[in-house]
Design a protein around this ligand. Structure first.
Ligand code: PLP
Length: 355
């Protein structure tokens, strides 16, 4: 058995694969594969509508928000957000908490003035800046709720009256979020939603159409909202498997239930990192991510041996990102506690063997 600790694309529930595999052969008795069915067919319309209503239900999205399934990944949203929300001559604000946040603000600078309200780059993004001021005239404040590479997560929403825009690519559906406090939320599918290809956008309608810019239709949220995400051919398979995954999440009891599981899983792993003399967490304790657990060894010369042993035991994807080094255990929704236990046991065993 493999334990998939990959950061994304990453583990998805095995039950979902069984149904998705069947749909690749014959989708819902249509005699056609989900890979060849028209996105305008009744059968696919039912899929995208169910996906949308599952998002609405699981995230408790209030009225007045559109739910869109787009392409181009979260990276395309780095540009679409300012294109659609930053008025000509206006300014946007960004919280710089890691590589993805930096990339987002770099794109926004191509559209207008950008204020970085705070950054944690001084300590290699190992913490979340807590005190900063957001100018009242800013079009929005953008933050990255979970920093996939550096293993930090923002649990308390920034306090501001300007609309919040959040890149939730790596913690969406892992914990309860108050959508109503946000102007826009986006996430690439390939962590807790489904296979790579689709990008989820949840946007408050009243914020749109106010920039004074000419926006090409394909980058215009209003066009996609008007067409119910069928402005052009959407990523059919990714949306279908996302829908299956969201059904799985609903059957488990929803986001609040999985959040409790995620808290237990993360706690178990961090407790071992703190106890074990060979390992050390890299993120500030209060900002530790429940999705991406980053840690290094107190004796770096042992890192290669630990990684090799983990691979021998069927653990995949534990090598840390080059910006942090060491290890990163990505412990998304579908990763069972048995995989956490296997890693913790291995860490204990390794400590024993290297006394
Ligand atoms: N934002 C975050 C927080 C991410 O973790 C990633 C990818 O891992 C991205 C953005 C980029 O996503 P994409 O590859 O879908 O453009």
């Amino acid at each position: 058995m493999k334990h998939n600790f990959g950061a994304g694309p990453c583990i998805l529930p095995k039950d979902v694969f069984a149904e998705a595999s069947q749909a690749v052969v014959d989708f819902n008795g249509t005699g056609l594969s989900i890979l060849e069915i028209s996105h305008r067919s009744q059968e696919f319309e039912a899929v995208i509508q169910e996906a949308e209503s599952l998002v609405r239900e699981l995230l408790e999205v209030p009225d007045g928000y559109s739910i869109l399934f787009l392409q181009g990944g979260a990276s395309q949203q780095f540009a679409m957000v300012p294109f659609n929300l930053l008025p000509l001559g206006g300014r946007a604000t960004y919280l710089d908490t890691g590589t993805w946040a930096s990339k987002a603000l770099k794109e926004a600078k191509k559209f207008g003035e950008v204020d970085v309200v705070a950054t944690s780059s001084d300590r290699n993004y190992s913490y979340i800046p807590k005190s900063f001021t957001v100018p009242a005239d800013a079009a929005y404040l953008h933050y990255t709720s979970n920093n996939t590479i550096f293993g930090t997560e923002i649990f308390d929403l920034p306090e501001t009256d300007v609309p919040l825009v959040s890149d939730m690519s790596s913690d969406i559906f892992s914990r309860v979020v108050r959508v109503a406090d946000h102007g826009l939320i986006y996430a690439g599918a390939q962590k807790n939603m489904g296979p790579a290809g689709a990008t989820l956008v949840v946007v408050k309608d009243e914020l749109l159409g106010k920039t004074g810019r000419t926006i090409p239709s394909i980058f215009d949220y209003q066009q996609h909202a008007k067409a119910d995400s069928l402005y052009n051919t959407p990523p059919v398979f990714s949306i279908y498997v996302s829908m299956l995954n969201l059904r799985w999440l609903k059957a488990k009891g929803g986001v609040a239930v999985i959040e409790q599981e995620n808290i237990i899983k993360a706690r178990k792993l961090y407790e071992e990192i703190d106890r074990n003399s060979l390992f050390r967490g890299t993120a500030e304790v209060e900002d530790r991510s429940r999705m991406n657990v980053t840690f290094v060894m107190t004796r770096p010369e042992l890192e290669a041996a630990f990684l090799a042993l983990s691979e021998e035991r069927g653990m995949v994807g534990l090598k840390g990102h080059r910006s942090v080094g060491g290890f990163r255990a990505s412990i998304y929704n579908a990763l069972g506690i048995s995989s956490i236990n296997a890693l913790v046991d291995l860490m204990r065993e390794f400590e024993e063997a290297n006394r």
